[in-house]
Design a protein around this ligand. Structure first.
Ligand code: ADP
Ligand code: MG
Length: 348
């Protein structure tokens, strides 16, 4: 991660890796384990391809979780501190990045069901954030106001997962009222006011179901689309006339990205692949934006994709970003695992 810089501006990008256990299929196909994390919550991940392999390699990150790290550990260790930053007024974003089938949705949403108001052990980040948020805000809803939105981005088009009108397409435009760090507004986007965690979870469940229904009709939607669940908290504060007013505390974007196999690495400019729609523009641009922020470039290419435009006021400047890169331990996925680790490593 990088921090510092002049003028009160700072870039803070946290990069963590989560390696799941082998899937039933990987076990059945005898795909051996070639990826090893240095403990439940360590810092290194090693590629172990045999005692004399030149491909053996070690990467270090802010955090590396082995398959023994459960949902609760990932939440406590990585997500809770970010929630605190959000409540302190920062715009924050958590991305799940990785090959399809490695655990992005498991990590972000996991089991979304509540039993008597309690979450399951398999609950992912979003349900846990909702529970923790309302625990911290307290029960007095006259002192705070929480809203959430849920958007899907596919083929550079936005769809509102909370809208009753299935076909409504959303439009992004610049927020002219904002000076300095530019922001964008999404025209027509639903923002649901939630008064407790259960209402937020209902929003997540309903939107996820809508996405699933659409995914059964459209083959590659689930691997090629991104979802962005955004929570905005407003807290009561005296304004400059001494009158109580709701002001935005911060925003937390929880992003389940398209499968990283949808990026063409090194040959990113490959024209034929672009024309065939094989490159996910938003995924590619996100990588460029993050690299430009890490390198402290003067120009950050936010405008080059819908995802980075959508998240513009939550990336760079006074914001916090966390990338959770999910990987498989099996040899059969080694090539994609290396690509994921390289992408994540460049974001450090
Ligand atoms: P993705 O969203 O990246 O395509 P999923 O989250 O759907 O992947 O995960 C694929 C499968 O692996 C699911 O059945 C999920 O429950 C399981 N899985 C992923 N990560 C873990 C993990 N850390 N522990 C247990 N099961 C996992
Ligand atoms: Mg998924």
């Amino acid at each position: 991660s990088v921090s510092g810089g002049g003028g009160g501006e700072e870039t803070n990008i946290n990069v963590v890796v989560r390696c799941r256990g082998r899937s039933q299929r990987e076990v059945k196909e005898n795909s051996t384990v070639v990826v090893q994390a240095d403990g439940v919550k360590g810092k290194a991940v090693d590629l172990l391809l045999g005692p004399n392999s030149l491909s053996n390699k070690s990467y270090t990150f802010d955090r590396v979780y082995s398959q023994a790290a459960d949902q609760n550990l990932v939440f406590d260790d990585t997500v809770k501190p970010i929630l605190e930053e959000m409540l302190a007024g920062y715009n924050c974003t958590i991305f799940a990045y990785g090959q399809t089938g490695t655990g992005k949705t498991y990590t972000m949403s996991g089991d979304m069901n509540e039993t008597l108001g309690m979450l399951s052990d398999e609950a992912g980040i979003i349900p846990r954030v909702l529970h923790q948020l309302f625990k911290e805000l307290g029960i007095d809803d006259k002192e705070h106001c929480v809203k959430c939105s849920f958007i899907e981005l596919y083929n550079e088009e936005l769809r509102d997962l909370l809208s009753v009108d299935e076909s409504a397409k959303l439009k992004i435009y610049d927020d002219a009222s904002r000076k300095g760090h530019a922001a964008t507004l999404v025209q027509g986007m639903e923002e649901k006011h939630i008064k407790d965690a259960s209402e937020g979870i209902k929003v997540l469940q309903d939107g996820s179901l809508k996405r699933q229904v659409a995914a059964t009709k459209c083959n590659d939607l689930s691997s090629r689309s991104h979802t962005v669940f955004t929570i905005t908290a407003y807290v009561k504060k005296a304004n400059n006339q001494g009158v109580d007013d709701f002001v935005s505390a911060g925003k937390l974007n929880l992003v389940d990205l398209a499968g990283s196999e949808n990026i063409q690495r090194s040959g990113a400019e490959n024209k034929r692949a672009t024309e065939a729609g094989l490159i996910n523009k938003s995924l590619l641009t996100l990588g460029r934006v993050i690299n430009a922020l890490v390198d402290r470039n003067a120009h950050i290419p936010y405008r080059e994709s819908k995802l980075t435009r959508l998240l513009q006021d939550s990336l760079g400047g006074r914001t916090k970003t966390c990338i959770i890169a999910t990987i498989s331990p099996a040899k059969a996925n080694l090539e994609e695992t290396i690509s994921t680790l390289d992408y994540a490593f460049r974001a450090k």
